[in-house]
Design a protein around this ligand. Structure first.
Ligand code: SAM
Length: 192
């Protein structure tokens, strides 16, 4: 039986569909096995550009294989997402962060608090109005728990006239279960 409410990843992806249909520039900040990149590629127009980051060469190789049918619109980057600001040229419609480590690979290679903060800030700075940033958090391992604390503080302080931050969490599951943030840019700071 397919579960719906408990499928956190699917809930997150579903929330992106409306924006993806007209997206021009999309970022997968943690390409991993390529499942998210494939979803983004399948739901964006042919002329869209997708930037897929991962620090592991093997992850980018897997992503390249899984998304071969869409390779023309994907920029595959063996690169930390903390360099996103120097690489992504324009406003972002959708940015996806699926944090943590690659299942089945070295669990020591994981996203980290400081670089995640820098990358999230860069993505949010470049997010166009009504663009969405999706961040999936895995608090069940030590670095993930530190990232979860950092994100709760950072995201809850984003200015309300510029961003709306939502959280999808399974309230009666373990506290260590994954959950997600959806951040929409709702406006821009007035120039002074
Ligand atoms: N989105 C992937 C998928 O659909 O298969 C799963 C991503 S996995 C949970 C997290 C990934 O983040 C790992 O592949 C890891 O190598 C990558 N990663 C860790 N630190 C990173 C960084 N600084 N920049 C980019 N990717 C990073």
């Amino acid at each position: 039986i397919l579960q719906t409410v408990s499928n956190v990843l699917e809930q997150g992806r579903f929330s992106l569909l409306r924006v993806l249909g007209k997206a021009r520039l999309v970022v997968d900040a943690t390409a991993g096995n390529g499942r998210d990149t494939l979803f983004l590629a399948e739901h964006t127009p042919p002329e869209a550009h997708i930037y897929a980051f991962d620090i592991q060469k093997e992850a980018i190789q897997k992503t390249r294989a899984v998304t071969a049918a869409y390779a023309e619109k994907i920029h595959y980057l063996v690169c930390g997402h903390e360099f996103l600001g120097q690489i992504v040229p324009e406003e972002i419609d959708v940015a996806v962060f699926n944090l943590g480590y690659l299942p089945g690979a070295d669990h020591g290679i994981t996203t980290r608090t400081e670089t995640t903060r820098r990358a999230a800030a860069a993505a949010l700075t470049r997010l166009r109005v009504h663009g969405i940033c999706l961040i999936t958090v895995y608090p069940g391992h030590p670095e993930g728990s530190a990232e979860a604390d950092m994100l709760a503080g950072y995201l809850s302080r984003l200015p309300v006239h510029e961003f709306t931050v939502g959280c999808y969490q399974l309230m009666n599951h373990k506290k260590t279960a994954p959950y997600l943030y959806l951040i929409e840019r709702t406006g821009r700071r007035c120039p002074v």
